[in-house]
Ligand binder design. Structure first.
Ligand code: ZN
Length: 499
């Protein structure tokens, strides 16, 4: 949530003005314009309306919630994940500067949209592994790009395959992560057009008498933003500065480093938005192709991003893997199941990407693995409103001791060992400084610019205690894996520091 676009209900920026103010104003109007003989009767009426208003706030929802556990038994599942897609650059999340996302907005509007979904790490492999396992990165062990799933770990494809599903994965990133459980698997390494052609071909050929799980991961708006084509030139013509949709034009901002001025940042925004628009068109083509093939009947569609992008908003950093901020941790998330889940509903509570797996398995009536770090969101789907308090959300940072926690509007970045990460190859030392404690009040400071840790020691202690308690006792599979040299080179070409 970087503060772009208007505040909307469900976001941390939204504050309901409350019924009290409205009633006070109405009462003043009544007093000034009505005959005093009738004032007493009118005041009684107003009192009654106030009581009714109070009751309305606390009374149960008028309609009984439809039980959803097992309601999608035997349905198909489509998991569409888009790399590096910031929630706040989508129309569905209030972005108005450009029409970035008509197709994604429409998909999100067809089901429930989660306003405050949090990634568990702003890095592709760890984050996507959390989606597929329902575990924090320390729990699944894919804690860096280049690491593979442990052989014995239950994952979404393995679980659904065992439940009789046909399984196909068509990915643009995270190619060599020891993926298991897929009948069909192909990874294009950044060619989204190829991925959707392969996905549609596979979907055409599935046995219509058995359900399928299709996972498509698009390269999306990942740097160097080439899915935007020449869109940025059209959106922001006449730019003469150093930036462009090529790695050799973006990396020097961090490696040399080169300071960007407001005009450069304007062009950076255009480069990114163009890539978001390109991703939206590709997502739309995939969904339309599946619809035309008759593959969207009795189908649950999950839409998510693995993380967002910094875009020079902290530490003069453009990319994502190093970021501990909402620019990269706040992600779009939606779930649709026509006829089961209400269209157009919003869930304002904070949720985590690790919640997707238990939620989906509950919907499908498939047993969950014993080890789960996420929680089922079924109750939010049955009754999407803001009545219940959010649970906190956490992120981890590789095998380091850095964590973040978000509880209500308070965000703590906890770096007890004062680690200063290296975010891209050849960057100068300490180019991404993270303080030992950074505390932000997102309701007042959504851009996370004013560190309140020194002023609020009790809150820091409370939130760091939450981190300690959350991870105490969880099985930790973090380990250093040997990443083959060829893969190290591939990761480096994406701007990642290979381990
Ligand atoms: Zn990614």
């Amino acid at each position: 949530m970087a503060g772009r676009g208007p505040a909307r209900k469900g976001s941390f920026l939204y504050r309901d003005p409350g019924w009290e103010g409205k009633v006070r104003a109405d009462r003043a109007t009544i007093r000034s314009s009505i005959d005093p003989m009738t004032t007493r009767r009118l005041l009684l009426l107003v009192l009654f309306l106030i009581l009714l208003s109070c009751r309305g706030k606390d009374a149960p929802a008028p309609k009984a919630a439809k039980p959803l556990t097992g309601a999608a038994k035997g349905w198909n599942v489509i998991l569409l994940t888009v790399d590096t897609l910031r929630a706040d650059r989508l129309g569905a999340y209030g972005y108005k500067a450009r029409p970035n996302s008509p197709n994604v907005d429409s998909q999100l509007a067809s089901g429930v949209t989660f306003d405050n979904a949090m990634s568990q790490r702003a890095s592709t492999w760890p984050s996507l592994a959390s989606v597929l396992t329902g575990l924090y990165p320390s729990g699944h062990g894919v804690n860096e790009n280049g690491y593979g799933f442990p052989d014995d770990l239950p994952t979404l494809p393995k679980l659904l395959h065992a439940a009789g599903y046909q399984t196909g994965a068509f990915l643009s990133n995270m190619c060599q992560a020891n993926h298991q459980g897929w009948d069909a698997f192909a990874c294009s390494g950044g060619q989204d057009g190829k991925d959707i052609r392969r996905a549609l071909e596979w979907a055409h050929g599935v046995d219509p008498h058995r359900p399928f799980l299709l996972w498509v991961h698009l390269f999306g708006a990942h740097p160097p933003y080439y899915n935007g084509g020449d869109g940025a030139e059209k959106m922001d013509p006449g730019y003469q500065g150093p930036l462009g949709p090529r790695k050799k034009l973006l990396d020097p901002v961090m490696t040399k480093p080169i300071a960007l001025d407001a005009r450069d940042v304007q062009h950076l925004d255009a480069l990114y938005d163009a890539a978001v628009q390109g991703s939206d068109r590709i997502s739309g083509a995939l969904l339309q192709g599946l619809k035309d093939a008759g593959r969207l009947d009795r189908t649950v569609i999950l839409f998510a991003a693995d993380h967002g992008e910094e875009l020079y908003q902290h530490n003069r950093y453009l990319y994502h893997s190093c970021s501990v901020y909402q620019t990269t941790l706040h992600v779009p998330l939606g779930l649709s199941a026509p006829g089961l889940i209400p269209a157009g509903a919003r869930v304002p509570q904070i949720v985590e990407l690790i919640d997707l797996l238990p939620t989906l398995l509950d919907l499908l009536g498939v047993a969950k693995p014993a080890e789960q770090h996420g929680k089922s969101l079924i109750s939010y789907l049955e009754q999407p409103d803001g009545r219940r308090r959010s649970l906190p959300a956490f992120s981890e940072y590789g095998s380091s001791t850095i964590h973040t926690v978000l509880q209500d509007n308070w965000k703590l970045v906890h770096n007890p060992d004062g680690i200063s990460p290296v975010c891209i190859p050849d960057a100068p030392p300490n180019h991404y400084p993270i303080a030992k404690e950074e505390l932000y009040d997102l309701s007042r400071d959504p851009g996370e610019k004013e560190n309140l840790a020194a002023r609020e020691p009790a809150r820091v202690a409370e939130l760091s205690g939450l981190i300690q308690r959350r991870f105490a006792g969880l099985r930790n599979r973090v380990r250093q894996q040997k990443v083959p040299e060829k893969l190290q080179e591939e990761l480096k070409s994406l701007g990642y520091v290979a381990h």
